[in-house]
Design a protein around this ligand. Structure first.
Ligand code: SF4
Length: 347
C-alpha cells in the first residue's frame, strides 16, 4: 500500500537523505530535490567530527551508499518554485518546470553559516590572517598547509566565539549550540599540527551541553594546553608586519586585554538557509522569531510544520549537531508515515 504514496523531500543534505532512506525502507516512493549539483550538503566540507574525531567522509560515503542501495530518485540543480495543495495531494513545481505530485512534503533545507563580514570590527576579508571556522575546516579537510598570509607557521592563534550568535548587533540572539565544541575541536587540531603554538579561545560562556563535549573541553585544557579566556573580543586590527592585535575585556578579572596574534579564527554561528527562506514563502510555512521553521507542536510533534502534510527535518528547524540531525531525520520519517497511514484509513 505504501508504494502508492509519494513523498517529495526538499534538500539532499544528511537530514533529507536519512529521512528519505527511512521512508524508502517503509515502502514509500521518495523524490529528493536538491538545489546544488552535489548531495550531502555541509558534510562535504567537514574534516573530522566531534566528539570522536571520526572522518566526515565516513558519513558522506554512508549517505552515497544509502542513496544507491535504495535507488532514490534525485533531482539535482533543482529548486522548488511553487507548492499547491489540491485536496489531500500536493503539486510541486520545480525550477525546471517539472510538476511533482506528492502525498506529503519533507522540508530539509538546512542552515547557512553567519557571514563573518557582517562583523566588520573583526576584519574578516579585510585582514588576510582573519579566517572563519568554515575556512579552517576546509583547509584541514583538503590537507592544505596552514600558514599565515605571510607564509609562516602560526605561533599565536585566537578563536573568537559567538560570531553572529548571541549578538545584539547582528540581530541573532540565540545560541548556535555547536560553535563552542567546534572551537575546542579545531583548537586541538591546530595545536596537534603546531605543538609549539599558543592557542586561546575567547568566550562569553562555554556551552558544552553533552557529556562528551565536556570531556573534550577538559582534554583541550589538560592535554593540549588551550587557554580559555572569558572575554568578548571588541576589535581586531592589523599591525604593520601583518600580525593581528586583539582587543578584549577579561570579564573574570575585569581587565582590558590587548594581545598579538598570528591567526584569528571566527567561530561563525548557524542562520536559516536561503532554501528555508524560500520554503517559507512558497509553502506558507511559519518560522520562529529567529527565522528557523516552526514546529507545529514543540513537545509532541517536533517534525510537523504549521501546514498539514508538510514536515520538517534537520537544521531548518534550528541548530543541531550531526547525531541530533540523524535522530531528527528518523523521527521525521516516522511522523510522515503516521500521517500517511491515518490518511489511508480515511480514503
Ligand atoms: S555554542 Fe558557544 S560559541 Fe556558539 S553561540 Fe553558543 S555560546 Fe556562542
Amino acid at each position: 500500500m505504501n508504494t502508492q504514496k509519494t513523498i517529495v523531500t526538499i534538500g539532499a543534505g544528511i537530514a533529507g537523505i536519512e529521512s528519505s532512506v527511512a521512508l524508502s525502507k517503509l515502502g514509500y516512493r521518495v523524490i529528493l530535490v536538491e538545489k546544488d549539483k552535489t548531495i550531502g550538503g555541509k558534510i562535504n566540507n567537514y574534516y573530522h567530527l566531534f566528539p570522536n574525531n571520526r572522518p566526515a567522509v565516513d558519513i558522506k560515503n554512508y549517505m552515497d551508499e544509502q542513496c544507491r542501495i535504495h535507488d532514490l530518485t534525485i533531482y539535482k540543480n533543482t529548486e522548488i518554485n511553487k507548492v499547491q495543495k489540491k485536496g489531500e495531494r500536493f503539486s510541486v513545481t520545480t525550477s525546471n518546470d517539472d510538476i511533482l505530485k506528492a502525498d506529503a512534503l519533507l522540508v530539509a533545507t538546512g542552515f547557512e553559516y553567519f557571514n563573518g563580514m557582517q562583523k566588520e570590527e573583526y576584519g574578516y576579508k579585510i585582514y588576510d590572517n582573519v579566517i572563519t571556522s568554515i575556512d579552517l575546516e576546509e583547509k584541514l579537510r583538503s590537507g592544505k598547509q596552514i600558514t599565515t598570509a605571510q607564509g609562516k607557521e602560526p605561533k599565536r592563534i585566537a578563536f573568537v566565539h559567538c560570531v553572529g550568535s548571541r549578538d545584539e548587533k547582528s540581530g541573532n540572539h540565540y545560541c548556535s549550540r555547536l560553535c563552542c565544541i567546534t572551537g575546542v575541536k579545531q583548537a586541538m587540531e591546530l595545536n596537534s599540527r603546531f605543538p609549539n603554538s599558543l592557542v586561546y579561545c575567547f568566550y562569553i560562556d562555554l556551552r558544552m551541553y553533552s557529556m562528551e563535549y565536556e570531556s573534550l573541553y577538559r582534554s583541550a585544557q589538560e592535554k593540549f594546553g588551550i587557554q580559555f579566556i572569558r572575554g568578548k573580543v571588541s576589535e581586531v586590527s592589523e599591525n604593520k608586519e601583518g600580525t593581528l592585535q586583539i582587543k578584549a575585556e577579561d570579564t573574570l578579572s575585569g581587565r582590558p586585554l590587548r594581545m598579538e596574534m598570528d591567526l584569528v579564527v571566527l567561530l561563525v554561528g548557524m542562520v536559516p538557509g536561503q532554501g528555508t527562506e524560500k520554503m517559507k514563502s512558497v509553502a506558507a510555512l511559519e518560522s520562529n522569531s529567529h527565522g528557523f521553521l516552526e514546529s507545529n507542536d514543540w513537545q509532541l510533534h517536533k517534525n510537523s510544520s504549521s501546514q498539514p502534510g508538510i514536515f520538517l527535518t534537520g537544521a531548518c528547524n534550528g541548530p543541531m549537531s550531526i547525531d541530533e540531525t540523524m535522530e531528527h531525520a528518523r523521527s521525521a520519517a516516522f511522523e510522515v508515515h503516521t500521517y500517511l497511514q491515518n490518511h489511508s484509513k480515511h480514503e
